[in-house]
Design a protein around this ligand. Sequence first.
Ligand code: BGC
Length: 776
Amino acid sequence: MLNYNKTLTESLKNWTFSEEKFDPLLLGKCESIMSLGNGYMGLRSATDEPYIGETRNLFVNGTFNKFDENEVTELPNAADVTRLDLFVDGKRFSLEQGSTQDYSRVLDLRHAELVRSFVWESPEGKQIRYTFRRFVSLDQVHVIGMKLEVTPLNGEIDFTVRSGINAQLSNTGSQHFHEGEKRIFDKKYLQLLQTTTESKVDFVMHASHQFKLQGQAVELMPKMDIDRRKIAMEYSCKIASGETLVMEKISTVHTSRDKAFEGQGLAVMREAALEQLKQADAQGYDALFEQHKQAWSKVWEQYAIDVETEQPFDLLAIRFAIYHLVVMTPAHDNRMGIGAKGLSGEGYKGHSFWDTEIFILPFYIYTRPEIARSLLEFRYLGLEGARRKAKENGYEGAMYPWEAAWPTDGEVTPVWGAVDIVTGLQTKIWSGFIEQHITSDIAYAVWHYYKATGDQDFMDRYGYEMLFDTATFWASRLEWDESASRYHINEVIGPDEYKEHIDNNAFTNYMAHFNMELAIQYYEELKATRPELLTSLEEKLGLAAAYGVWTDKIGQIYLPAPNENNIVPQDDTYLTLETIDLTKYKKQKKVGSLFLDYSLDQVCKLQVSKQADIMMLFFLLENKFSPEVKRANYNYYEPKTLHDSSLSLSTHSILAGDFGDIDLAYDLFRRATEIDLGPNMHSSDAGIHSASIGGIWECIVMGFAGVRMLDGHLHLNPKLPKSWTGFKFPLYWQGARLEVHVTRDTLNIVTVSEQELELIIHGSTIKFHKELNVQF
Ligand code: BGC
């Protein structure tokens, strides 16, 4: 159904993918994977004309709202500007009627433009060529551009388009907005206001239209309509056979979350927003698009990653990943995080998970460190909510929420989920209560960022505080087990969410230990070298007592060791659980097929895993385990892992590469790239999988190039999949940008930085200045 080889021009080779046939039962996939955005907002790519089953979403990062006491806050679905109701000779145009030829909808990743075109024959026999274009400007982040071209091919038509701003939308039924004022200025500029019901965020939406017939501007008199939660214009005209009518629609979106309007009041924002619309409208689609293209060309220079391969899909996949990372990341505002579905769908409500720190942050640490810092500052601003969560649960320090929204919101994980097929009730989601590893994942990310960038200012302002307060949480969380004479962490969910209420999940225990180790190390370092900074932190956080507790407890934390078969038990009971034949589920076409036969309670009692758990531990704390232990555990756990979470395959691919099985690593990488971009037409209905998308970059850079930060040193262990002849990527290390090129038998690194740099390549330390060439 998807075509990966559509080459519009030579310069777009491996930059596009397309949908070649319209199917009203498969709307979700392309709505998500072709979604547009700029980090400020995300626009799901519902078709212009409406269909049953569509999900029309426009999200503005950070505008969370809680609809009802019994619900959790979520990104509200703002008013829509994309819907066009089109009529030919008085009859509604729909692809479900008549016949369609030459259909294609192409996402051009290079220029971030969506283009849909086809020839439609109405049931009455009128043939019309349609082309629809759209972009969400990266240059003027408030602007959305649309362009429609209509050409009747066999006779004149009466053409009508109804278009406007439609706020009659909801998030699967929850209406997040109070209705605001609506107004049409100068019979042209549409303005609709809406305000979120609980968080009181004002949205100012604008739209305007302009027309050209055969290249000449035409004034069409609109029929104006203001209705409940809606404002629309209807334009009609006759189009002669062979002539083309072009409609451009320019829209703008502003909200009171925008830093530019902080404290300024609605009237000021309204006026500034209307002014921006007028200017954008005067520029028109083509000029706006040109600026947007320039902005994207800078993006591609910045992230210049390239795969030299006979498998063009691999190159497309990494471009797809970078495209979506740019589109979903609120690089402009440190009060905002990245949603698990980016801004491409209602799934996971716009909430941030450990997906960001473990799967996405490395991409930014090594390619745009300033964005990594902003994302970590989001977590710093979240300390208030994390401290509240700790207190509410009877702990100390900072206990990060499993799901995060606005930084001060604290825990926002919903409590009820999918149906339990045995009881018929909704399954309780325990993650918000007991999936606690997120706290050390964030501490790990702080350390990772610091070590790779050397950003001392970040540490002084934010980092130390985060490390100390998270360590304090773990120290208070540990449970003394008298019979074993050690500290346990009981009643948790580890990364593998198919095991709930378990004791001593190895990942959780090791990472908690690591978190406390970091705090102790930095406490001692500050005491020796920066006593004034330590004193001020001590006063703020009461560290004097905390340090004593950390050091007392750390040596007695239970860290599950490999057993006689080299297997690290995932938790206290996993290895004792019943095993079943998983063949059918391992071959599943759709994730989660196990739940057609078992309830989650039942799955918790089986040796079956949702995702990488022990493998994740090996990836993050890799020098704590030997290659033999890693291989043995891979062989034990992978056959029991269904990869039902999109976070799983990329980690497995990296691990397979670590122990030298490149074919396996490549195979798993391919499967990871297909999670969203692949042929499964339902995999992305609720939105793309942002962790998996970060994981695609991780597979290439941390997997095939073997880039790792270990003990403060940068390691590279390049290895090439069979079908590749080389690959290139940029890599920031200690403020220097390196251009890395790996081929089958060479590694070349160049930098404009004047510093002497030290790297560890395949285990040997190498110092270089400006350029390094290594022959394997
Ligand atoms: C996974 C989690 C992940 C979440 C959001 C769940 O299905 O099990 O590890 O954080 O999705 O992507």
